[in-house]
Design a protein around this ligand. Structure first.
Ligand code: NI
Length: 306
């Protein structure tokens, strides 16, 4: 087991609270990053993963023709056990507990590819907009680690500082096409305020679930991989009503594949995966896990991953 030693200093914590994001030059090693690239290259386009609805294109309907624009693999740890014990995971969990408190635990993870030359932009959005039930308060943070150097030309992360202190703004399906899984923010904000965060491979950005963020297209000849780990606190009931009307749409193609897979025996596999990831000792996390498991096993949408 890797023992994490990285903790944030007071200035870094204050900066995260102020801006809603933080940049770390290193959270992993060159060896681990190379290993991760190999793992994701190997998982990409696996027929089995696609069939169970765990790989899909974020900005293009899976049933549309044409090359992949922004494929992602959801919870790759389910298919590559070596991902369970990475330095990245251990350090990210330590920092997540520093920022969110001891109740913080893993929510979900994904690997996103921007293919060389035509990898599409990830639209401006707030991660909280993906939550299914708007009548809860959510706290989550994501660690976004590139597996090669990133800059503006190949889709580094960009953030609107301070946007996490506002509400969840209006969103809609990317390009206003409900076949697309990704959402784009159509509320009021100023993209000119964006702060771009170029990074070396194995560095990371950390952002709050409400921080507006974006990553541009990949205009280089090298594929751009990012591996993202998201941690959260158990949600709490929210006073007053709010609605996320963009979430009320027909299931996208990958969700239909997932439902079919669950009904044809995937439910047993899914239950096993939940147990294998470990049952939390914290009672509030345990209740939260049971709620998520019930939803997942009922072939409903998973809670808000994206
Ligand atoms: Ni996001």
């Amino acid at each position: 087991m890797n023992s994490p030693s990285l903790i944030l200093n007071r200035d870094q914590i204050n900066s995260f609270r102020q801006d809603g994001f933080l940049v770390l030059d290193s959270i992993s090693t060159a060896e681990e990053v190379a290993q991760l690239r190999g793992v994701f290259d190997g998982l990409l386009n696996s027929k089995a993963i696609f069939k169970e609805g765990a790989q899909w294109d974020l900005v293009k309907g899976d049933d549309s023709a044409g090359p992949a624009k922004l494929p992602q693999i959801m919870n790759p740890v389910n298919y590559a056990p070596q991902l369970r014990d990475t330095l990245f995971r251990a350090k990210a969990l330590t920092i997540a507990k520093q920022l969110l408190g001891e109740e913080a635990g893993p929510f979900f993870e994904h690997a996103i590819l921007k293919p060389a030359w035509h990898g599409a932009a990830t639209p401006w959005h707030q991660d909280e907009s993906y939550r299914l039930d708007p009548n809860f308060d959510y706290r989550e943070i994501s660690f976004w680690m590139p597996l090669q150097d990133v800059a503006l030309g190949n889709g580094c992360m960009q953030f609107i500082p301070g946007s996490h202190r506002g509400e969840v703004l209006m969103h809609r399906s990317a390009n206003n096409d409900p076949k697309n899984h990704a959402y784009e923010c159509c509320g009021e904000f100023n993209p000119a305020e964006a702060v771009a965060c170029p990074l070396p491979a194995g560095g990371c950005t950390i952002h709050d679930g409400r921080t507006l963020h974006y990553a541009g297209p990949n205009e280089t000849g090298t594929p751009r991989w990012a591996y993202i780990l998201t941690f959260d606190l158990p949600p709490t009931a929210r006073p007053g009503k709010r609605s996320f009307p963009w979430n009320k749409k027909e299931p996208t193609a990958h969700l239909l594949r997932r439902k079919a897979w669950l009904r044809h025996g995937g439910i047993v596999v899914e239950f096993w995966r939940i147990l294998r990831m470990g049952v939390p000792k914290n009672p509030r996390r345990l209740v939260n896990l049971m709620r998520r498991a019930r939803r997942a096993l009922a072939a409903d949408s998973p809670d808000a991953d994206h």
